[in-house]
Design a binder for this molecule. Structure first.
Ligand SMILES: C[C@H](O)[C@H](O)[C@H]1CNC2=NC(N)=NC(=O)C2=N1
Length: 139
């Protein structure tokens, strides 16, 4: 498909990502890799592509973090969810910042400390958190 105005070849996103669920499954099949630095941060274009695979997550204005928020039923339920997320993170050896405010509002922030930015680890864990949220019928 050619864009008349610029005569550049414009590839529709749907062609770039034939089936997002397939690509999300590929994230779910991965394990977070140990990260002590030394790898490049994801670039904005890569972040934008990965965000398509983790609905519900937003990127920070400095492109260094992704976040997702939701409201739990009550305080005890919120704490149970945070503890379940902690187990998920520990299993991946990749750890989010967890926030609980106004007794039941949860926000999960994901970033890779070792590179002070985003890596694929963040999107692997985000995909696994989304899968967990779906299984719990939380969002
Ligand atoms: C060796 C192990 O992979 C690293 O210490 C992990 C631990 N958990 C981590 N979590 C996050 N969010 N970022 C890191 O850089 C990180 N490093």
């Amino acid at each position: 498909m050619t864009d008349q105005s610029t005569s550049e070849i414009v590839t529709p996103v749907c062609e770039l990502f034939p089936d997002q669920s397939v690509l999300t499954e590929s994230l779910l099949a991965k394990k977070c890799l140990p990260c002590e630095g030394g790898i490049p941060r994801l670039e904005p274009a890569e972040i934008a592509a990965h965000l398509l695979l983790v609905p519900g997550w937003q990127v920070s204005s400095d492109s260094k973090m992704i976040s997702r928020s939701w409201r739990a039923r009550n305080f005890v339920s919120a704490m149970e969810q945070l503890n379940a997320l902690a187990e998920l993170a520990e299993a991946e050896q990749h750890h989010p910042d967890l926030h609980l405010t106004s007794y039941r509002h949860i926000r999960v922030d994901l970033w890779t400390h070792a590179i002070d930015g985003l890596s694929e680890n963040d999107f692997i864990l985000a995909a696994k958190i989304n899968q967990w949220l779906q299984k719990q019928s939380i969002t």
